[in-house]
Design a protein around this ligand. Structure first.
Ligand code: ZN
Length: 349
């Protein structure tokens, strides 16, 4: 299938749920190719083969979308690093790497813009600056052949609205996902369902939530968003065991360990809170039942989580060939040819 005959975002969503794997920053940080803190995807230039490999792993596991790794590859982040000269090469390379994998597997290529950390609702001057930042990134996404553009992790509705306008002006479908933290409201004041409704009314093709909250604390917010809009709704939590008291991954505290270099598990010591694949399957089923049709995971996600999500939707991605089958395990298995003395020993393991 060529990019021209491949069904687009809207057609795919009309046919059933769609999976979009995110979480490249955290996975490549764990693998030793990206620095926590600034979280800038220099890896696309320094080690492009690692980015390609992760794109392939996520598609192998069931992602329908290859998201170009341009998250935080924006002018403000590169200014902090003193590397604004890398802005365009980094964006173009990220898009080309993603496009190659998308074309190889018939997946959709998504461009990506995100929170700028510049937007100030009280300062209209920053709104122009933000618009210019989005225009340059979305322009490169158009030129490199993106099928749609994701605008993500917006805590300010005002900033999300600018991203949406820029993507619409580029005549590409727009997926806009918002973040809420401790409180269920946008930082500029409105409720989440109102914000989602406004974005859908403004022409977003998909609206929803990503990042910050885990499955347990994102799920209760979804029905109200689904009810508020007449477009497909997205939910991409972080795969961590957040709670009512600690609803975000930044707020998690570890009762078993105190000696964190940064005073808290976020972002480099979240391992003990990681959801297992069965919790992700449970979230997937519950979110789909709530009416969510654009599903995925954000920071912390690994390919086994995405496979679990795909299987929960009744799919068998290529990685399902290796899904667990314990029947032939030496101790816990049920195969009659397994040694009886080992099977008898299982409770002593
Ligand atoms: Zn995230």
């Amino acid at each position: 299938m060529t990019a021209d005959t491949r069904p687009g975002l809207t057609e795919r969503l009309a046919a059933g749920p769609l999976i979009c794997a995110e979480g490249y920053l955290f996975e490549l940080e764990r693998r030793g190719y990206l620095q926590a803190g600034a979280f800038v995807p220099e890896v696309v230039l320094d080690h492009p083969e690692q980015v390609t490999a992760l794109h392939q792993e996520f598609v192998h596991a069931g992602s329908d979308v290859v998201e170009a790794f341009t998250y935080y590859a924006h002018r403000e982040k590169l200014r902090i690093l003193g590397k604004e000269d890398l802005l365009e090469p980094m964006n173009r390379q990220a898009l080309q790497l993603a496009r190659q994998v998308a074309d190889e597997h018939g997946a959709l290529l998504a461009g990506d813009v995100c929170n700028t950390n510049v937007f100030d609702p009280a300062d209209p001057g920053t709104h122009d600056e933000v618009r210019t930042m989005f225009e340059e990134q979305v322009g490169w996404a158009v030129e490199e052949g993106a099928d749609f553009v994701i605008g993500e992790t917006f805590r300010y509705l005002g900033e999300a609205e600018i991203a949406l306008e820029v993507i619409r002006q580029a005549e590409l479908p727009a997926v806009i996902t918002l973040v809420v933290d401790h409180d269920d409201v946008m930082r500029d004041g409105g409720s989440l369902p109102e914000a989602a409704k406004g974005l859908a009314g403004g022409g977003a093709d998909v609206v929803g939530l990503n990042c910050s909250r885990g499955p347990a604390t994102m799920l209760p917010l979804l029905e109200a968003v689904v009810s508020a809009v007449d477009v497909p709704v997205a939910a991409l939590p972080v795969p961590y065991r957040t709670t009512a008291e600690q609803p975000t991954f930044q707020s998690l505290r570890d009762p078993a360990w105190e000696d964190f270099p940064d005073g808290r598990p976020f972002p480099t010591a979240l391992d003990p809170f990681t959801c297992n694949r069965y919790e992700i399957a449970e979230f997937t089923v519950a979110a789909a039942a709530a009416g969510v049709s654009y599903l995925g995971l954000c920071c912390g996600a690994a390919p086994h989580h995405i496979r679990s999500m795909a299987e929960a939707l009744g799919r068998t991605p290529p990685a399902s060939r290796y899904s667990a089958d314990m029947s032939r395990h030496a101790y816990f298995g049920t195969d009659p040819t397994l040694a009886a003395h080992n099977r008898a020993y299982r409770e002593r393991l």
